[in-house]
Design a protein around this ligand. Structure first.
Ligand code: AR6
Length: 182
């Protein structure tokens, strides 16, 4: 999908394998590592990532916000860490918080003047956010951000879907969004 000068795509694979300036980490509010993609990113980036997070986020970071660090031993120069909401049935502001995660990451990448960013699917793993609800929200939030920032340096936004099911759901949701805009 094309939004102004930016291409938005869904691919199958890990964020760690993407040729982008930044990757997004589905972190937690403590910002000290964890399981899932957070664990994979910390293992690949090396212990210097934890040291940097202790410096830049001494008290962690609230749900829905984003923190920028270097990529350390990753091939990508930057990591954008965002704590997603834990799913409690959708009645505790989860959609607003998840949208805020995607917006905050886009804001950080845009302000840093990055050319490309790769997202994973925030909150839909350990945190249990239903993928069928998360995918359209994720894609439309990023689309809206790009429409509101026609001057952005971002040329590529990649949704790197690790699992087969999330890849299928995100691909379908992107198709629906494209039809809406046509
Ligand atoms: N490599 C690449 N992508 C992965 C991997 C991996 N090894 N593992 C999961 N994903 P999740 P959440 C994808 O569960 O739901 C952590 O402990 C996964 O397919 O990592 O936001 C944190 O520290 C999905 O697209 O994150 C938090 O405590 C995406 O990563 C908590 O889990 C997010 O799944 C956050 O839970």
């Amino acid at each position: 999908m094309q939004v102004n000068q930016t291409t938005l795509t869904v691919v199958r694979g890990s964020v760690l394998d993407q040729e982008t300036d930044a990757i997004v980490n589905a972190a937690n509010t403590k910002m000290r590592g964890g399981g899932g993609v957070d664990g994979a990113i910390h293992r690949a980036a090396g212990p210097e990532l934890l040291e940097e997070l202790k410096r830049v986020a001494p008290n962690g970071a609230p749900t829905g916000t984003a923190v920028l660090t270097g990529g350390h031993r990753l091939k990508q120069p930057y990591i954008i860490h965002t704590p997603g909401p834990v799913w409690h049935g959708g009645t505790r502001g989860e959609p607003e918080l998840l949208a805020s995660c995607y917006r905050s990451c886009m804001e950080v990448a845009h302000k840093k003047g990055l050319e490309s960013i790769a997202f994973c699917s925030i909150s839909t793993g350990v945190y249990g956010y239903p993928i069928e609800r998360a995918a359209p929200l994720a894609l439309s939030t990023v689309r809206d951000f790009l429409q509101a920032h026609p001057d952005t340096s971002l040329r590529r936004v990649v949704f790197a879907m690790f699992g087969a099911e999330e890849y299928r759901v995100f691909t379908e949701a992107l198709g629906t969004l494209e039809k809406e805009g046509a």
